[in-house]
Design a protein around this ligand. Structure first.
Ligand code: 4HO
Ligand code: ZN
Length: 263
């Protein structure tokens, strides 16, 4: 039975490549965003990144054993423009990465600085591919919007809708429906400037199929909300092994272009 990957010293990011060869590739994510080498590109300003999401209720949230994930296949959603060429990408799911304390937790870092967490809105290329699974096999198959979390005093109402369900999915494999209406647009910061580069999934099998779009401006969550994330269990049974961290550290950017758009 393949060893279960995770984030501990014996099954974490340092050893993923043994079981998942792509994890050792040259186009891996996350990366440290070195702002001094980010190049602005007028094409990104001209072809504005646009998104349109539906508000949905009864979305299913599950405990994957590596965190929470909201399944949000939205045939009516559209992410296009910016670095996405002529293709239209559709929302599939969103989830989050966090750390043991709020001093860490994001996957991407900015000039070496980590944020307290990072939300990923995962989309797939419906112009070229017939399914999410097929898209994940191609270099332009997925587009992931990354949004950093800063810790502040105001609770994030949309994140609170997620937090309020976590007691029902304490154990790996459990799922429930989020009764509240979720509007993914509310997860996005007010300032829409972003960095973009070609990368990968940040969890095994680490397919090199993602066009990353990481917003510069963080959104705010509270420490209490992050504490609730850390109470999820990585196990399905009684043995409680809390998911206190589920972020992959930055990988080499290599000779990849890092572009920015100050929308
Ligand atoms: C599809 C996928 C899987 C894992 N992660 O972390 C992502 O951000 C996207
Ligand atoms: Zn992710």
């Amino acid at each position: 039975m393949a060893a279960e990957w995770g984030y501990s010293p014996t099954n974490g990011p340092d050893v993923w490549a043994r079981l998942f060869p792509q994890a050792g590739g040259a186009r891996q994510s996350p990366v440290d965003i070195c702002t001094s080498i980010a190049s602005s590109d007028s094409n990104l300003e001209m072809k504005k990144l646009t998104f349109a999401y539906e508000s949905q209720s009864d979305l299913r949230i599950l405990n994957t054993g590596h965190g929470w994930k909201v399944e949000a296949p939205q045939s009516g959603s559209r992410l296009e423009g910016g670095p996405l060429g002529e293709d239209i990408y559709q929302l599939e799911q969103f989830h989050c990465h966090w750390g043991e304390t709020s001093a860490e937790g994001s996957e991407h870092t900015v000039d070496g600085r980590a944020y307290a967490g990072e939300l990923h809105l995962v989309h797939w290329n419906t112009t070229k591919y017939q399914s999410f699974a097929e898209a994940a096999q191609h270099p332009d198959g997925l587009a992931v919007l990354g949004v950093f979390f800063d810790v502040g005093n105001e609770s994030n109402d949309e994140i609170e809708k997620i937090v309020s369900t976590l007691s029902e999915i304490k154990f790996k494999g459990q799922f429930t429906d989020i009764p509240d209406v979720i509007d993914p647009t509310t997860f996005l910061p007010s300032g829409l400037g972003y960095w973009t580069y070609l990368g990968s999934l940040t969890t095994p099998p680490c397919n090199e199929c993602v066009i990353w779009i990481v917003y510069k401006e963080p959104i705010t969550v509270t420490e209490e909300q992050l504490v609730q994330f850390r109470c999820l269990s990585a196990c399905s049974g009684e043995a409680e092994e809390f998911i206190v961290k589920n972020y992959r550290p930055p990988q080499p950017l290599g000779n990849r272009a890092l572009r920015e758009c100050n929308a």
